[in-house]
Design a protein around this ligand. Structure first.
Ligand code: PMP
Length: 379
């Protein structure tokens, strides 16, 4: 069992204060937010307080927030709604080739349904260049989806510039901000997006809850049918305790984000420098500066990333090869292939993601073990 957790990009533990804030909503304050009595009213207040916190955190209005089961649902909702609503206007969609599967798979489904999807290639350091997006825009383009940061290599994309282009051309713009909310500033007005997705378990909230921002004026069809919750935009009884946890997580990030980003980026840089200077046959993936404060990502020659992750786990360190969602897939990651890595190099990848409780001692121990394990596997 690992005791040093360096896989915060896969999921973060709940902050104990988040757990404390949630607890009463399982027991004394368990009401259904749609009930008219006092239990329901108390639940409704907690729900709306949380909505206001989330909205304020990303520069939105409370009415622009739909609570969801996470970012996967939020991405699916935005993509399928747009395709259905605008199919008579156009059937062309642009997404980056390095999106999370919760954007890629819906886009592939649209292709199967007769839509045309263009995949924007990143540069070798993982950046989606705004001109390369603009070049793909056509008369019939109805949607563009570019994530704020990549979940594997941690690169930050120029979504503000791409959003400005989308707004000028009147094309809906979805930004998957799952890896950035809680870690760096995110503002929907600055990004100029129409939809934005986020997920609590990436910033010390509980798993299974997130939100979709939908710009005011867009009358989005419901994702689930069978109730009037979320102003008729998402049926089903609210996951109240989790939503309260999401609000608390946002509140804590507002206070800690800046300091944490500073501390984590110093540790991240130490990791990258050490690895490049002390371990031969390794490359650092993703733009060196334009990256998440907590992400370092490498590809090692002559190493199976899977073996390396297992060896580090035996030494008490939890890291990953890349995305947790595709673990077990023996194929090289689509992200690493898109930035030009060979299958062989891509299969030797390692993602280290830091978080609220990562210490300098954790990093020292990790680096010492990494060097040892790489040498041992290569022997
Ligand atoms: N988008 C990105 C960029 C992600 O990293 C993840 C989670 N790995 C998701 C979407 C899916 O989020 P959720 O687990 O909340 O469905």
């Amino acid at each position: 069992m690992s005791s040093i957790y360096l896989d915060y990009a896969a999921t973060t533990p709940c902050d104990p204060l988040v757990g404390q804030a949630m607890a009463p909503y399982f027991f004394e304050r368990f009401g259904n937010a749609s009930s008219p009595h006092s239990f329901g009213q108390s639940a409704r207040k907690a729900l709306e307080d949380s909505r206001a916190l989330v909205a304020d955190f990303i520069g939105a209005k409370p009415s622009e927030i739909i609570f969801t089961s996470g970012a996967t649902e939020a991405n699916n909702h935005a993509i399928f709604f747009t395709a259905r609503a605008l199919k008579n206007k156009g059937r062309h969609v642009i997404i980056s080739a390095v999106e999370h599967h919760s954007v890629l798979e819906p886009a592939r489904r649209l292709q199967a349904e007769g839509f045309d999807v263009s995949f924007v290639k990143p540069t070798a350091d993982g950046i989606i260049d705004p001109p390369s997006v603009e070049d793909l825009i056509r008369e019939d383009t109805i949607l563009m989806a570019i994530h704020h940061a990549n979940n594997e290599i941690g690169v930050l994309e120029p979504v503000e510039e791409i959003g400005t282009i989308a707004r000028q051309k009147g094309i809906y713009f979805l930004v998957d901000a799952t890896q950035t909310v809680g870690h760096i500033p995110v503002d929907v007005r600055q990004i100029c997006c129409d939809f934005l997705s986020l997920s609590a378990h990436k910033f010390y909230g509980p798993q299974g809850v997130g939100a979709l921002y939908v710009r005011e004026g867009i009358k989005i069809d419901p994702w689930l049918l069978g109730g009037d919750q979320e102003r008729g935009r998402r049926a089903s009884t609210h996951n109240l305790a989790a939503i309260v946890g999401l609000g608390k997580a946002v509140h804590l990030c507002r206070n800690h984000r800046e300091k944490e980003a500073k501390e984590q980026s110093a540790l991240r840089d130490r990791i990258i420098e050490y690895v490049l200077n002390n371990i031969p046959g390794v490359v650092s993936n993703g733009h060196r500066q334009r990256r998440l404060p907590n992400n370092a990502h490498f590809a090692f020659e002559n190493i199976s990333g899977e073996e390396l992750v297992a060896a580090l786990d035996m030494a008490g360190i939890a890291v990953s090869q890349g995305s947790a969602c595709t673990w077990g897939a023996l194929e090289a990651s689509h992200v690493l292939k898109a930035i030009g890595l060979s299958d062989r190099m891509a299969l030797g990848s390692l993602r280290i993601s830091l978080g609220r409780w990562t210490t300098s001692q954790d990093v020292d121990y990790f680096l010492q073990q990494l060097k040892l394990k790489v040498e041992k596997i290569r022997r």
